[in-house]
Design a protein around this ligand. Structure first.
Ligand code: NAD
Length: 251
């Protein structure tokens, strides 16, 4: 084990309630691109198509959005060792909660229970009406879409349907934010995994814990916006580093 990893393990052994904060980088080893890399999502899709006001105003934007949603947004991506390590940390009793910016559902797929996750940017699995909020069964909407209904509307009120991913210009889901803030108050350490820590308000989660002097560990393969506040940076791949760190503190 490297000296840095051993030091990180010592810091976390002293902690009782660890919050894990994850970003797109925890899922790249599962084959899902992050936003800003050379293979990033924005090299293939236009961020403007994910602005709420444009989506609501323009059927062409919605038609493009549904074409990226179906047949399956993230293909057959499976959780990797980093997702499993977060679930292991939960099972050990040291994880207070995992706040994720991801919408891919891979934390749940790795066995982390929903009660342990706050999905700040929503989830790519759901579909709901923007007007009345009614949830819709994705399989049924996909069937309608394949049958030619390329801009599907709500069964109940005729409103516009949208994926439950949080779009730009949309407020963060209240319940998830509330839970994340409760964990922030209670945590005595935070580990950020695979995030550039550049998207707000999400980045306030680790920022707040670090600002009051609690342990703040960053695992990332490139510099982040909050490196100067970190107790320690572990530079490299999340799928290699996090499993080693978690087994060192739970063994
Ligand atoms: P980001 O793209 O800004 O940053 C990802 C960071 O992870 C980068 O610094 C990159 O160098 C690093 N990274 C990539 N692969 C890594 C690996 N294997 N190990 C360690 N580090 C790695 O992502 P972010 O900070 O999450 O930014 C925010 C936005 O991205 C969020 O709004 C989120 O909703 C969205 N997003 C989510 C997914 C997903 O659900 N998987 C995918 C793309 C974007």
């Amino acid at each position: 084990m490297s000296q840095d990893l051993a030091y990180a393990a010592r810091l976390l052994l002293d902690a009782k309630r660890i919050l894990v904060f994850t970003g797109a980088g925890i899922s790249t080893e599962s084959g899902i691109p992050d936003f800003r890399g050379t293979e990033g999502i924005w090299t293939k899709l236009s961020p403007e198509d994910f602005q709420l006001d444009r989506y609501l105003a323009d059927s062409k934007v919605r038609i493009r959005a549904w074409a990226t949603r179906f047949p399956k947004m993230f293909g057959n991506a499976e959780p990797n060792g980093a997702h499993t390590a977060v679930a292991d940390l939960w099972n050990s009793g040291k994880l207070i909660g995992c706040v994720t910016q991801n919408i891919d559902g891979l934390h749940q797929a790795a066995g982390l229970p929903q009660e342990a996750i706050a999905e700040l940017h929503g989830n790519g699995d759901g579909i709901a009406c923007v007007q009345c909020g009614a949830p819709h069964e994705p399989k049924e909407i996909e069937q309608r879409w394949s049958d030619g209904d390329i801009d599907p509307h709500c069964d109940h009120c005729g409103g516009i349907l949208k994926s439950t991913i949080v779009f730009f210009g949309e407020v963060l889901p209240h319940r998830e934010l509330e839970r994340a803030n409760m964990w922030v108050e209670q945590a005595d350490a935070v580990v950020s995994v695979g995030s550039s820590l550049s998207v707000y308000p999400a980045a306030y989660i680790p920022l707040e814990i670090a600002s009051r002097g609690d342990t703040f560990i960053i695992i990332n393969n490139s510099p982040t916006d909050l490196d100067s506040l970190a107790s320690l940076r572990l530079d490299g791949m999340a799928g290699e580093i996090l499993p080693q760190l978690v087994s060192a503190i739970t063994a």
